[in-house]
Design a binder for this molecule. Structure first.
Ligand code: HAM
Length: 417
């Protein structure tokens, strides 16, 4: 029987793979330019890490984790996200002894046992940044700017930045109480999960896709309950966004599906994405490191769904910058010269050598089937004259040049091709 990919898992092929690579490259370049350092984290962690960070009454931990026992009896999970791992790594390696804040960039796969649909998979990639060790709203703005700068490199528009503040341990309990009170009369309308979470984690009702928007609209607004510190922080974030001319919208129902957030939360939404419309999400998590046993260390960051970004790029017909493809054909006697020529042209061009070196006609046929732009011909005449012919496969034009001038001539020739 043919073996296929597992439900919710997929191969990334062709154009998707090119875009995947380009997103990673641009993400790294931009984050690096903002002073962020790459961090590479393990895909498997102790399940407890996510219980204590993402939260054990969230959908992610309650329903979506790939959790298993290893042969040594440890309860492990495939990571559903990477912020918790960054915090774990920060504590484990005593990074608090460095000058703070520390700034990280990551790119890697995450796993969530969700019902697969467009833009929602069981294995997906996240590109993200995290800043640890500073409370300033300037850093909330910095991470939003990084996200937008990455998106901007791909000329993508029609995106919406939504923000909210979900307060802190001082002000959120009062809001939760008010929310529970307001929800009680609507108990019968709630989905089974929200009924269960009404007393433990009522914020999740705002996040639940099953609840009606009309219900969410009549609920108390968190921004009316913020303490002085959280209110000032949120006002400053909005002031800075306005000053920097970053269009945004305050959405008081935005609470995000992870429990570690405090103060600012945000999402970037694209109408091109359909039901799963969040391209990226993030926010502040000022207690996360402390809750995991570290020193009090505030943090802020975001993660972007790479597959969702690929969808948007394909919809916008984004073209990856590609090198010109050359194909070397040769007289069998001079096969080894072809390898030398290729060596001199890499990595400026993509260069393939014909595998057979049979008749020129057959070699040209293969070159055109492989989508080559230009053919380099090393026939007997060319080799004797220390030259090489270049054939443009589109126009059919052919010129002969000296081998010493090959690289420069190709660059000149291909400039407008
Ligand atoms: P999140 O909103 O759960 O946040 O995920 C971030 C992004 O990952 C989403 O906006 C979406 O694009 C993508 N994503 C999530 N689930 C799936 C899925 N099943 N299939 C495809 N893409 C998906 C976090 O994970 C936080 N750690 C973000 C963060 C970083 N907050 C602070 N720092």
């Amino acid at each position: 029987m043919e073996i296929k990919t597992v439900k919710g898992f997929k191969d990334i092929l062709g154009l998707d793979a090119l875009l995947f690579n380009e997103i990673q490259r641009v993400g790294y370049d931009i984050a690096n330019s903002f002073g962020y350092k790459l961090i590479v984290l393990p895909t498997v962690e102790y399940a407890e890490l996510f219980d204590r960070s993402v939260g054990n009454t969230t959908d992610i931990v309650e329903k979506e984790m790939f959790t298993f026992e290893d042969k040594g009896g440890r309860t492990l999970s495939l990571r559903p996200e990477m912020t918790a791992s960054v915090a774990r790594s920060f504590i484990e390696h005593h990074m608090e002894t460095n000058p703070l804040p520390l700034k990280f960039f990551y790119f890697g796969q995450c796993f969530r046992y969700e019902n697969p649909q467009k833009g929602r998979y069981r294995e997906f990639y996240q590109l993200g940044v995290e800043v640890l060790g500073d409370i300033s709203p300037l850093l909330d703005i910095e991470v939003i700017q990084i996200a937008l700068k990455i998106i901007e490199q791909f000329n993508i528009k029609n995106l919406k930045v939504k923000i909210n503040s979900i307060g802190c341990r001082v002000c959120r309990p009062k809001y939760k109480e008010a929310l529970t009170e307001a929800l009680k009369p609507h108990y019968d309308e709630l989905c089974p999960d929200c009924k269960r979470r009404l007393y433990t984690n009522p914020l999740r009702v705002l996040d639940c896709k099953k609840e009606e928007d009309s219900l969410k609209e009549i609920l108390p607004r968190i921004t009316n309950y913020l303490c002085d510190e959280c209110r000032k922080h949120f006002e400053e974030v909005q002031r800075l966004l306005t000053e920097l001319k970053i269009p945004f919208e305050v959405d008081n129902t935005l609470v995000r599906g992870l429990d570690y957030y405090t103060k600012t939360v945000f999402e970037v939404i694209s109408e091109d994405l359909g039901a799963q419309n969040a391209l990226l999400g993030g926010g502040r998590y000022d207690y996360l490191v402390e809750d995991l046993g570290g020193r009090k260390t505030p943090g802020v960051g975001f993660a972007m769904g790479v597959e969702r970004f690929i969808e948007i790029l394909k919809g916008n017909k984004f073209k990856t910058p590609e090198k010109k493809k050359l194909y070397i054909t040769y007289d069998k006697k001079f096969g080894s010269n072809a390898f030398e020529i290729r060596n001199s042209l890499i990595p400026d061009f993509v260069v393939e050598i014909d595998p057979k070196g049979d008749s020129l006609k057959k070699q040209i046929e293969r070159a055109s089937k492989r989508g080559s732009d230009f053919i380099l011909i090393m026939g007997e005449n060319e080799v004797l004259e220390n030259s090489i012919s270049i054939k443009d496969l589109k126009s059919g034009n052919q010129i002969k040049i000296k081998i010493d001038e090959l690289k420069e001539s190709l660059k000149e020739l291909l400039k407008d091709a």
